[in-house]
Design a protein around this ligand. Sequence first.
Ligand SMILES: Nc1ncnc2c1ncn2[C@@H]1O[C@H](COP(=O)(O)OP(=O)(O)O)[C@@H](O)[C@H]1O
Ligand SMILES: [Mg+2]
Length: 234
Amino acid sequence: MIRIDNLVVQFGGARPINELSAVLTAPVAGLIGPNGAGKTTLLNVLSGFVRPIQGTVSLGDQALLPMTPLQRVRAGLRRSFQTEQVVEDLTVAGNIAAIADHVVGPRHRPGAVDEALAFVGLATVADRLGHSLNLYQRRLVELAKCVVGKSKLILLDEPAAGLTEEEGKMLRELVLRIPMEFGAQVLIIDHDVELIRSMCSETMVLDYGELLALGPTHSVLADLNVRRAYLGEF
Ligand SMILES: Nc1ncnc2c1ncn2[C@@H]1O[C@H](COP(=O)(O)OP(=O)(O)O)[C@@H](O)[C@H]1O
Ligand SMILES: [Mg+2]
C-alpha cells in the first residue's frame, strides 16, 4: 500500500505536486493525467530522486522520505524510467545482477537473476550485451530489474510507449502476473487509457499537481471532470 499525505513539490515558482494526498491499495494501480501533470515527478518522489518541501510518503508502514534511493531499493522499491536505463556494455544478466547485488546476498544472486530472466523470457539472450538489444528487449530488462530480489512496490513510467501493439500486449500480460508471482504492488503510468482500463483495478488522475480523481478505474474513467480535463471530451 502506498500512502501519500499532503505532498508538495516545488521547482522554482512552480508546484508540479500541490498538497496531494492519496492511498493506493490495488495490486496494479494506474496513474494518468495530461503531459506535465506531475506523474513522473511523483515517481521521482517515491523513488527518492526528488525531495518534496512538504508531506510524507510511505510504503506499507515504512516512511520513505528519510531513506536514500538505495535504502528504498533495499526496502523493496523498484522503478523503470521513461528512457530505459540499460548499461550498454554489460550483458543482459549483468544488468540484472547489478541490481541483485544490492538486494540479495551473493549466495542467492544467481538464482534471483535466473528467476527474473525466466519471468521476462530473456534467458536465451542472457549473455548478449545491452547495446545489441531492441526497444522491447530493453523494456524487458527493466522489468527484470524491477522483479529481482524481494520487491514490494514497482513503479513503471510508460513502459509500453513506442512498442508495437503485440509487444505492448505481451508486456501487459507480464505486468499483470507480478502481484501474484512476486507479491509486489505495481503503480503504472501510461497514456493509453485502454491499457489502464484493462490492467488497473484502481486509478489515480493527476491534473497539474492536484488529485482530479482516485478510485475504481471504471468510475474514474467515467467521471465527468476526468473526461473533460484528460480525455478531451465535451
Ligand atoms: N527537474 C525539474 N526542474 C524543474 N521543473 C521540472 C523538473 N522536472 C519536471 N518539471 C516540471 O514539472 C511539471 C511536471 O512534470 P512531470 O512530472 O515530468 O509530468 P508528467 O510525467 O506528468 O508528464 C512540468 O511542468 C515539468 O516541466
Ligand atoms: Mg512523465
